[in-house]
Design a protein around this ligand. Sequence first.
Ligand code: WT7
Length: 676
Amino acid sequence: MKVSDTIAALLAENRKFAPPQEFAAKAFFNDPSVYDRAAADPVAYWEEWARKLDWFEPWTKPLEWNPPFAKWFVGGKINACHNCVDRHVAAGAGAATAIVWEGEPGDVRSLTYEELQCEVARAANALKALGVGKGDRVCVYMPMVPELAITMLACARIGAAHSVVFGGFSAESLEERIQDAGAKVVVTADGGWRRGAIVPLKKAVDEALELGCPTVEKVLVLRRAGEPGTVTNGLATPEYDRGSWVEGRDVWWHDLVPGQSAQCPCEPMDSEDLLFILYTSGSTGKPKGIVHTTGGYLTGVSATFRYVFDIQPEDLYWCTADCGWITGHSYVVYGPLANRAHVLMYEGAPDTPDKDRFWRIIERHKATILYTAPTAIRAFMKWGTEYPERCDLSSLRLLGTVGEPINPEAWVWYHQHIGGGRCPIVDTWWQTETGQIMISPLPGLTETKPGSATRPLPGVSIGIYNDLGEDLYAEHIRRVQAGEATDSVGGYLVLTQPWPAMLRGIYGDPERFKRTYWSRFPGAYFTGDGAKVDEEGYVWLLGRVDDIMLVAGHNISTMEVESALVDHPAVAEAAVIGKAHELKGQAIAAFVILKAGYQGGPEIVDELKAHVAKKIGAIARPDDVIVCADLPKTRSGKIMRRLLRDVAEGRALGDTTTLADPNVVNALKDKYESAG
Ligand code: WT7
């Protein structure tokens, strides 16, 4: 058997999960004809969704496409905040719950749509009082508290663009992002709770502004942590660095916002006006400010939220992502609120005070939908089933994942131990750049296979290209439909038609925009991901193409080897890289975390090597297996393979500033070197 065949065998999960009948019966989409209808005229399909929003003035042209520049709903006038808040109040739903929030100390706040409207209007007037107007940029560097969403909406209300920077980023990263966006105001908090400690946000803002940032005129500071000793739900704020107070620049939120009028009109924005910038780290060089505009973005996220999560009026929806990521923008704030959903938000860590925190939250608030990341799910698996088992998770009816390929073992664990075997799982593929979910099951319609994101959503066109830029996808799907396909094909994942929430550029750098996404395959958007489509037409994401190894002339994806490793009962998590090798081109090195109760040592190392060889083929047998306690991850949970390659190839470590915990990789380096 060829290696590619064995890999296909590994990925061809036999297990299939049909939507439960009861779920399908009530689901928003349960008729497959929607795919054909959307494919026949994708622009008309998206227009139908745009019409469900409130527009101050209609568009004159649905799409203007001058590759790579798209304009959606040209000439339309719209306001994102109006659509997320005011129109629901106007429709009589002011008393409905918008946000239920739980702080890490266990304090709870709940806001109705009417209360949200008042809070947002006051915050918007406060921003105006600080000199913010239409077209300005506001940097938001806050903990996961309701005021974070309120600030985003307040910006949208007055036509200022927000640039949310995740509270885990350092002062230097913050400074770089503030400067690039030319922000006029920074909105922050004294600190936020994380793992029982206070993240000193205001201190980081002080440092960032000392480093530069001449455009910043004012800093608006929410009091969240308070003075050390302040008691929140029985927990005293520990000591933390509160930074300094700069008179004339710094303004307390509680001194400015509550006194503002609760009347503030929503600025009519052009459909293509900037809604926000969100920075995403490039593999090299400075972060890219991804530009999203108003009408198309709101259409894309409100539509996909509606049908991917099959939202029903009684649902309580919880997406665990921080608003500092695109997931928080599209599926905590804009998508859900545009649908008048009830949204749960949580401030802190999943293991504080104990490893059952997420399950306690679901039990307490009776959440019905949970959307989280594979890296979190693997951590839960490692911690063990006792934590979910001690909580009542019977309110859940739908689960979702996003952020990286989910290995089938984690999928099945999530399905069984969190979903109780009854909840469909939507594995949603998308990017900061796509703005909206692109590839995902429809939970009432799609039979799922663990590990596959299944197929592109209605209205989305993908391609899988080979090195020559030839599309393999369309022909393969034709063969699948004709019953002729017996194999799978793989290559580079591209998007072949514009979609409403697509990025409009990289802030201030159109050349980089063209070069990064549109130069590899002219006319198509290159995602940077590899993908396969199997004999039934299911799409399998293979990770970033820079994560494909070339071992003795064979392409092997790091994810395939990782998947084989975590299939072994002893392995909780694995990261695989290709390291330079004289003979083979690349050799495989695997870093593994063992489950509780398993010990490292030469036996397990040999066993794991043999296990991979058995699952994939001898060609994929790792040269090195290193048992470790932790893996170097970014703050969004992505494994930094670049650093693992540095370790395996014995180089000095490259840039480690975006790591969640830089100590992890230093410890690994020592361990690798001492293992010889
Ligand atoms: C990259 C985008 C989209 C919000 C979070 C990440 C990977 C994302 C999946 C998935 C396989 C996935 C891709 C993509 N990715 N979701 N369901 N299956 N891979 O946003 O930081 O812009 O990262 O995450 O590699 O390109 P991001």
